[in-house]
Design a protein around this ligand. Structure first.
Ligand code: ARG
Length: 459
């Protein structure tokens, strides 16, 4: 039985059910490497302050380094009834070097310790996450390039609106993910500040050079106020916020593709490898991978709410409520990482049914705006042109024809300014080509945007 770190003033043993309730080792062992690393930094800080002799500091640092090696080499290394990862490491250190190990906790508390380890862990997680987002962006670029000429109906209100290039759709999600990467980088700047040396709440009573410890641990700076340093978890909230927006972006992408794979739309074919069948209906091919991506976004959002709600009423400084921050962050990170990986696989494997998508893009008056623009170029004010084209659409729909299938006379009867060159603007290519201002879906713009995206994702 591992001794807890605080037994001195207690005469009774912890209730077994409470001990289990209080135990965080089952999840915070994930901080093992970060906490050992921070402990080495702390030992060196105590050495520089003259609090630990060189011999003691050397022995502690060496034993901690050996723990790192042993943790990956020893099966069952983490089998322990330790209260948390901090108690676990200290107990292992004392097992290894005896009395000297008992000196490590000088001038620190688990409160500054846990905040430090959590930030170290999150700094790495932020880098991993950013890389996964980049991978998904690359998959979007590949999907765009595999179907460089494909065209889809674009929607507003889920009603056919105007045609867009498939690559334009891909690049829309590319941009969302690009902002997600910048949000992660921004959160990382505030994550990478060192709380160590704040003690339990009031600061440390030993003259450690905190800046030197921070430098050794790769932090960009040190916290300015000990009460704040041990008790805020805004950095964790920011990290989860970044996860939430990624999850929301992936969920919308999933929703689009789920619709596009349905028979009703029929623009996209997913690979069998990311689809499932029905136990009853032999014909079914279901987009489960995408549905899970959409569904899991709810869970990540839940962690954001849980974390914020846990924090909102806490008095300064540390409270045990804050132990709840770990599972929220770990699960948000794990879940969003899994969603990013699956989305990349789905994108790499899908194909566009280009013929069907193109047919849909020219069915349902998606060129009505072009007809109105044609009238504007003939001198008709836009509002009047809009009204006239509305009446032409009404006429065409009543006769089950598209605008390009009407005769010039039929159109002129409603809008006399229409001329024979109208048929040039009603074609799909003309419709697309006209969206040539920056950010638009003209094939030329999209090609340039794709090149630019490739440069950005490789930076
Ligand atoms: N497991 C704790 C946490 O995650 C570590 C800090 C405990 N500190 C304390 N004073 N009880 O928050």
């Amino acid at each position: 039985m591992t001794q807890n770190l605080w037994g001195g003033r207690f005469t009774e043993k912890p209730d077994a059910t409470f001990a289990e309730f209080n135990n965080s080792f089952k999840f915070d062992r994930r901080l093992f490497e970060a906490d050992v690393t921070a402990s080495i930094g702390h030992a060196n800080g105590l050495r520089r302050a003259g609090v630990l002799s060189d011999a003691d500091a050397d022995s502690i640092v060496e034993a901690l380094s050996e723990l790192l090696t042993a943790s990956t080499a020893t099966p069952d290394f983490f089998t322990s009834d330790a209260e948390d990862v901090h108690s676990f490491i200290e107990a292992r250190l004392i097992d290894a070097i005896g009395e000297t190990g008992k000196k490590l906790h000088t001038g620190r508390s688990r409160n500054d310790q846990v905040a430090t380890a959590f930030r170290l862990w999150m700094r790495e997680a932020a880098d991993d996450l950013s890389e996964q987002v980049r991978q998904a962006q690359s998959a979007l670029i590949r999907a765009a390039e595999r179907h460089a000429d494909a065209v889809l109906p674009g929607y507003t209100h889920l009603q056919r609106a105007q045609p867009v290039m498939w690559a334009h759709w891909c690049l829309a999600y590319f941009e969302m993910l690009d902002r997600d990467r910048s949000r992660i980088a921004d959160a990382r700047r505030r994550i990478n500040i060192m709380p160590l040396g704040s003690g339990a709440l009031a600061g440390t009573g030993f003259p450690v050079d905190r800046a030197a410890v921070a430098k050794e641990l790769g932090f960009d700076g040190i916290s300015a106020n000990s009460l704040d340093a041990v008790s805020d978890r805004d950095f964790a909230v920011e990290f989860v916020n970044a996860c939430v927006l990624i999850a929301i972006h992936l969920s919308r992408l999933a929703e689009d593709l789920i619709l596009y794979t349905s028979t009703e739309f029929g623009f996209v074919e997913l690979s069998d490898a990311v689809s499932t069948g029905s136990s009853l209906m032999p014909q079914k091919k279901n987009p489960d991978a995408l549905e899970l991506v959409r569904g899991k976004s709810g869970r990540i959002l839940g962690h954001q709410t849980g974390l914020n709600t846990m924090l909102k009423g806490l008095p300064l400084a540390y409270n045990k409520d804050m132990q709840e921050d770990k599972e929220a962050v770990f699960d948000a990170f794990d879940t969003v990482t899994a969603c990013l990986k699956i989305t990349s696989i789905v994108l790499d494997d899908l194909s566009i049914r280009e013929k069907e998508a193109r047919t849909a893009a020219v069915t349902g008056f998606l060129n009505a705006t072009e007809l109105a623009d044609h009238l504007v170029r003939k001198g008709v004010p836009f509002r009047s042109a809009h009204d006239a084209v509305g009446r032409i659409v009404l006429f065409a729909a009543a006769n089950s024809r598209e605008l390009g299938q009407l005769t010039l006379e039929e159109m002129k009867a409603i809008a006399p300014s229409i001329e024979a060159d109208v048929f040039e603007v009603l074609g799909l290519n003309a419709t697309l080509a006209s969206k040539s201002a920056a950010g638009g879906t003209s094939p030329e713009r999209v090609k340039a945007a794709l090149d630019e995206a490739k440069t950005r994702v490789n930076q």
